[in-house]
Design a protein. Structure first.
Length: 255
């Protein structure tokens, strides 16, 4: 099966807008990386009362941007590799949070200038890692042969990412993390919430687009099958009487 069929391509050059979200996420992640190395608080999204976007989050945004660009150009192998990498990093961060592990992936020394006093400098928030784990799963599903169940799951994961991100930043604005120490959605930076909301929306839209394309392909196949049967039926209905008439004419001629 070709890659075009696998991804449910509808034909033609991808629209310009399909490139823009991926490029935007790459720019977002790259800007944050530059901010960390140049010690520019504004570039890492460090605002009063909000945490900054850490480097691992920036790297996952860059990989997500590459994956979205690969989706736009129908390159499933890149989508799968990017999704796998994002998933591995996101699950590693979640393991650090929930299992108390120290995997050495937080780059604490690089983050010390802006996160002095943080218990784990450089570690992405649990809710951020969870959203990227969802994104990784959605990307892997979108990078494999199109099936209705897979596309529905990818779309639901995309919607969940956007909704969780909006809820997280809203909770931070309302100060819920300060009021409730066990608040599950605490710790997401504003740029992270914006980027994840965009990522989730694009994943949802891409899953929807591919599901519709898959349904249309199935409809086309059914139309061709029905049309073939109708042509065969018409041929039989018209051919048999003609054959009978020809046979009768030949018999009359011989007589």
């Amino acid at each position: 099966m070709s890659e075009t069929v696998m991804l449910g391509k509808t034909g033609g050059t991808p629209a310009a807008w399909r490139w823009l979200p991926g490029v935007g996420l790459i720019v977002l992640g790259s800007t944050v990386l530059i901010g960390w190395f140049s010690h520019q608080a504004l570039l890492v999204g460090l605002l009063p009362g909000f945490p900054p976007m850490v480097m691992n989050t920036a790297l996952m945004f860059i990989a997500s941007g590459l994956a979205l660009s690969a989706l736009a150009t129908e390159r499933p192998q890149i989508v799968l590799w990017a999704g796998t990498g994002i998933g591995a990093l996101a699950l590693s961060i979640l393991a650090e949070h929930f299992l108390g592990l120290e995997l050495g992936i937080d780059l604490a020394g690089v983050h010390a200038w802006a996160q002095d006093g943080f218990p784990h400098p450089g570690r992405a928030a649990r809710v951020t890692a969870l959203c990227f784990a969802f994104a990784a799963a959605a990307l892997v599903l979108l990078g494999t042969p199109a099936q209705s169940g897979r596309l529905w799951t990818a779309g639901l994961l995309g919607a969940a990412i956007s909704l969780i991100s909006i809820a997280a930043v809203t909770g931070n604005f309302l100060g819920l993390d300060a009021l409730y120490p066990a608040y599950a959605l605490r710790g997401m930076a504003i740029p992270t919430a914006a980027g994840l909301t965009l990522l989730g929306a694009v994943l949802y839209r891409e899953a929807q687009r591919r599901w519709l394309a898959d349904q249309l392909q199935g409809l086309d196949r059914r139309i061709v099958s029905i049309g073939t049967l109708l042509l065969v039926a018409v041929a039989l209905l018209t051919g048999l009487p003609i054959a009978y008439l020809v046979k009768s004419h030949i018999q009359d001629t011989l007589v």
